[in-house]
Design a protein around this ligand. Structure first.
Ligand SMILES: Nc1nc2c(c(=O)[nH]1)N[C@H]1C(S)=C(S)[C@@H](COP(=O)(O)O)O[C@H]1N2
Ligand SMILES: [Mo]
Length: 155
C-alpha cells in the first residue's frame, strides 16, 4: 500500500503481545529469532503475482500459548510500526507465522524486517510487514479496513 517506514532498529524493537490475554509478552529480536519454526507458504498478492518461499519464525499459536487468550477472545490483530494492521479469526490464526527469515536469510527492510505476518491462504495485503504489536481482540476490528489505505508513516 502506501507504507514506507524508516528501517526498524532491531536493538530497540520489541514484539509486544497484549489485549485480552492472561499474560502480556515483550520479546526482543533475539528471543523471537530463537523461536524457530518453519512454514512453506504461498504469498498470493491481490495484484496478481505470487512467490513460494521458506519462512522462518515463531508460530502465532506458540505466542498465544504463552500469552493465554481470554475465553471471550475472537481475533488477533497484527500491527505494523506504520499503523497498518490486520486481524485474523482466533480459530485460524494459530497456524500463521511471524517470520524473521525468508529463504534462510533475515527479512530485508522492504519485505518487513524485523518481523512480518505469514498467513497461508490469505491475500498478500493481509501479510502485515514491520510488525511490532500483536493484540488479542474480543470484537472484530472494522477500523483496519481504513488503516490499510491511510497508513503511510515515514518514521
Ligand atoms: N505494514 C504494511 N504491510 C504490508 C503492506 C503495507 O503497505 N504495509 N502491503 C501489503 C501488500 S498489499 C502485499 S502484496 C504484501 C507485499 O509483501 P512484499 O513487499 O514482501 O512482497 O505486503 C503486505 N503487507
Ligand atoms: Mo498487495
Amino acid at each position: 500500500m502506501l507504507d514506507n517506514p524508516a528501517p526498524v532498529n532491531n536493538a530497540t524493537w520489541r514484539l509486544r503481545v497484549y489485549g485480552a490475554v492472561g499474560r502480556q509478552l515483550s520479546l526482543t529480536y533475539r528471543e523471537v529469532v530463537a523461536l524457530a519454526d518453519r512454514e512453506r507458504a504461498l504469498l498470493d498478492c491481490t495484484s496478481g503475482w505470487y512467490s513460494v518461499q521458506d519462512w522462518h519464525g515463531p508460530r502465532v499459536g506458540w505466542l498465544l500459548d504463552q500469552a493465554v487468550p481470554h475465553a471471550n477472545a475472537v481475533a488477533v490483530s497484527f500491527k505494523s510500526v506504520t499503523g497498518y494492521r490486520w486481524s485474523l479469526p482466533l480459530a485460524e490464526v494459530r497456524a500463521a507465522l511471524l517470520a524473521t527469515h525468508v529463504g534462510g536469510e533475515p527479512l530485508s527492510h522492504g519485505h518487513g524486517a524485523p518481523l512480518r505476518l505469514v498467513a497461508p491462504g490469505r491475500r498478500g495485503f493481509q501479510w502485515v510487514k514491520w510488525v511490532h504489536q500483536v493484540e488479542v481482540l474480543t470484537q472484530p476490528d472494522y477500523e483496519q479496513w481504513l488503516l490499510i489505505f491511510t497508513s503511510s508513516a515515514r518514521l
